[in-house]
Design a protein around this ligand. Structure first.
Ligand code: NAD
Length: 475
């Protein structure tokens, strides 16, 4: 056995200021009298990274007003001119990708190999992709003269802070809207660095405004009467509240919410590949993934083989310092999220399923949870029904394709699913009957800016990504 030597990425490439203001109308401003401050911490060490502003109602007013005054001139620009700004932003993101990847891992806890190889390349790709649409909107299939909606209020979660920002801001700007975006309270830093990138790209002031704060700031923003469109990614519970508050106001709304995806493995699947897909499906980003394959459905005849290789593979996962290039599983994003995972896994242990984790030492400081699987799970168990949003897999079995489909669809969610089989006809027949927005075949968690993403049922409505993603920002 060769031991891995530590391979830490240097954090000297990131210069985090001791405190940050709100990015309104092209400048960083201190919050007004209704605002406040809060701290953001590194979840792997609990070290305070910076003090960040909490926007109060006055600040939200100012940000919305800035976006409103920028809207006229920005939407009047020819598409090719708006594209130049977006291409410029995309290139700056590429140039600063190492710095941004380290920052994202520090503030979020995700392994550097994921922020460096997945998040950042996708962030840049999103801006490049929508830059390409900006001067071709009349060919997008939404009428001859598609018009922007106005001011977009965008609220995003903490699991992919910069990538969710890109999903929101790139299509909004390409179509001529202006935005006020609120990142999640535990991961505000990459959005604040993005504000700096907007300045570097000479984006006209007010086109992008970034206000930080917790749920109350988000609520004030989405309920603001000066907003024309609301785009929210986060939990189903908050999504429901927003849908209620927006109802009847004439504001346009898209919701990207939670999930409880089934990853279905048939007995003719290439088992080694399927096991990689299962691991990627639930342990990528510590399982903090809305489309995570958190319910594994294995055909009974392949169960023993799949479980044996899955456990063998899980025993090789390296948990620890997110900045180490060999780390597979980083820190849980916050103490609150760790507590939520503990409550649900304790319920899992009490309800009867068998719990297993590989031998795994957890660091003393920070928020950590060992990769865990539950076997003998039935559909009635809480861990089969509720989104855990952590590195926890519930394993169920099935005998026939019909049973797999029934179990996969037996959830209030419908964001994604995976199918593993050698038979294309079986994959197509099953995919056709699954009620999920994205279905992967013989792969999992593959993302591409050209491909639409979104949910059925309680996973939300509207699509982000691809040509479809333009529609949410066109009147
Ligand atoms: P959350 O709903 O608690 O918070 C999301 C964002 O909403 C945060 O910025 C938060 O400050 C803000 N917020 C909280 N209360 C609000 C309110 N009343 N009004 C307006 N904004 C409010 O979710 P979370 O715990 O940060 O994120 C995890 C959830 O996000 C999971 O359920 C996950 O599945 C979902 N998610 C979905 C997608 C998708 O594309 N469907 C992507 C990522 C995450």
């Amino acid at each position: 056995m060769f031991e891995y030597a530590p391979a830490p990425e240097s954090r000297s490439v990131v210069d985090i200021a001791p405190s940050y203001g709100l990015f309104i109308n092209g400048t960083f401003e201190a919050p007004g009298s209704t605002g406040g401050v809060f701290k953001t911490v590194n979840p792997a060490t609990e070290e305070v990274l910076a003090e960040v502003s909490a926007a109060g109602p006055e600040d939200v007013d100012r940000a919305v007003a800035a976006a409103r005054s920028a809207f006229g001139p920005w939407s009047a620009l020819p598409g090719a001119e708006r594209a130049k700004y977006l291409f410029r932003i995309a290139r700056i993101i590429q140039e600063r990708s190492r710095e941004l990847a380290v920052l994202e891992s520090l503030d979020n806890g995700k392994p550097i190999k994921e922020s460096r190889d997945v998040d950042l390349p996708l962030v840049a790709a999103h801006f490049f992709y929508y830059a390409g649409w900006a001067d071709k909107l009349e060919y997008a299939g939404f009428g001859e003269n598609p018009r922007p909606i106005g001011v977009a209020a965008q609220v995003i979660p903490w699991n992919f802070p910069l990538l969710m920002l890109a999903w929101k801001i790139a299509p909004a700007l390409a179509t001529g809207n202006t935005v006020v975006l609120k990142p999640a309270e535990t991961t505000p830093l990459s959005a604040l660095f993005f504000a700096d990138i907007c300045r570097q790209a000479d984006l006209p002031p007010g086109v992008v405004n970034i206000i930080t704060g917790a749920g109350e700031t988000g609520r004030t923003l989405v309920e603001h009467p000066g907003v024309d469109k609301v785009a929210f990614t986060g939990s189903t519970e908050v999504g429901r509240q927003i849908a209620r508050s927006v109802a009847g106001t004439g504001k346009r709304l898209t919701l990207e919410l939670g999930g409880k995806a089934a990853n279905i493995v048939f007995d003719d699947a290439p088992i080694d590949q399927a096991v990689e897909g299962i691991v990627n499906g639930i342990f990528f980003n510590q399982g903090h993934v809305c489309c995570a394959g958190s319910r594994l459905l294995v055909q009974e005849s392949a169960y023993d083989e799949v479980m044996e290789s899955l456990k063998r593979r899980m025993a090789t996962l390296r948990l620890g310092d997110p900045l180490d290039k060999n780390t597979d599983i980083g820190a849980i994003n916050s103490a609150e999220q760790l507590e939520r995972i503990r409550v649900l896994t304790d319920a899992g242990s009490q309800e009867g399923p068998e719990r297993w984790s590989p031998p795994c030492e957890l660091p003393a400081q920070g928020f950590w949870f060992a990769p865990t699987i539950f076997t003998g799970v039935t559909q009635a168990h809480r861990i089969a029904r509720e989104e855990i949003f952590g590195p926890v897999l519930s394993v169920l079995t099935f005998r026939t394709p019909a049973e797999a489909i029934e179990k996969a669809n037996n959830t209030p969610y419908g964001l994604s699913a995976g199918i593993w089989s050698e038979k294309g006809s079986l994959i197509l027949a099953v995919a056709d009957k699954l009620r999920a927005g994205v279905i992967w075949a013989n792969t999992f968690n593959k993302f591409d800016p050209t491909s639409p993403f979104g949910g059925y049922k309680e996973s939300g409505y509207g699509r982000e990504g691809g040509r479809h993603g333009l529609e949410a920002y066109l009147g």
